[in-house]
Design a protein around this ligand. Sequence first.
Ligand code: DC
Length: 236
Amino acid sequence: MKPKINIAIDGYSSCGKSTLARSVARELNYIYIDSGAMYRAVALFALHQGYIKPDGIIDEDGLVKALDLVLINFKYNTDAGQNETYLNGVNVEREIRSIQVSNYVSIISNIKEVRAKLVRLQKRIAEGKGVVMDGRDIGTVVIPDAELKFFMTAEIRIRAQRRYFELKSMGVETTVDEVLANISSRDEFDSTRANDPLKQATDAIVIDNSNLTIEEQFQFVMGQILKKIGLLEGVD
Ligand code: DC
């Protein structure tokens, strides 16, 4: 049997990390974990439960005390052909992509206790190997021993346009400028925050996909993965 490896995919907001991670996981028959969806689910919980006040002030203490009440899991939707995020038993896959959640998720993800809870969960999932996980700190904190790490980037205007079309297709009302402002402030915040900031792992393979098609990128990444698995097979 082929050895199963873990694959970490990190990078800036709206670089197509999920699209790549999902297709790689499907090709290899691995588990795909969207770690950003977990942070988004906590942000949604905070909005629903009033830990984010209408004036935008966040009741961090209240949220931290309530964290034990946050249950996040993924279920495979056969019609959509992908995992969907559940918060306390409710499918929130669409709601967690709203601009409102996007506007708060970076701040929520900088709360130490939120990260501790989600990182613990993510590490446990990765223990079984055969996982493709995307996020900001996967190669540096969650699976530092992942056999393969990719770090994705692309020009910000290209990313904003791609995300705008994606949101539009999901029926979310927004504009390219609004999306660009959100991406830009999240990049800045995620890269400079105190806790587990977005950082390229020293052993990550960098992919700038500004001028790559989804297919070209997929082929490149699969080439790297098959090479790695082949090397490990040789070692076994
Ligand atoms: O991947 P995404 O854009 O859905 O992630 C939403 C936010 O969650 C992102 O702005 C930062 C945070 N995040 C994080 O801090 N660590 C991760 N591993 C994944 C996401």
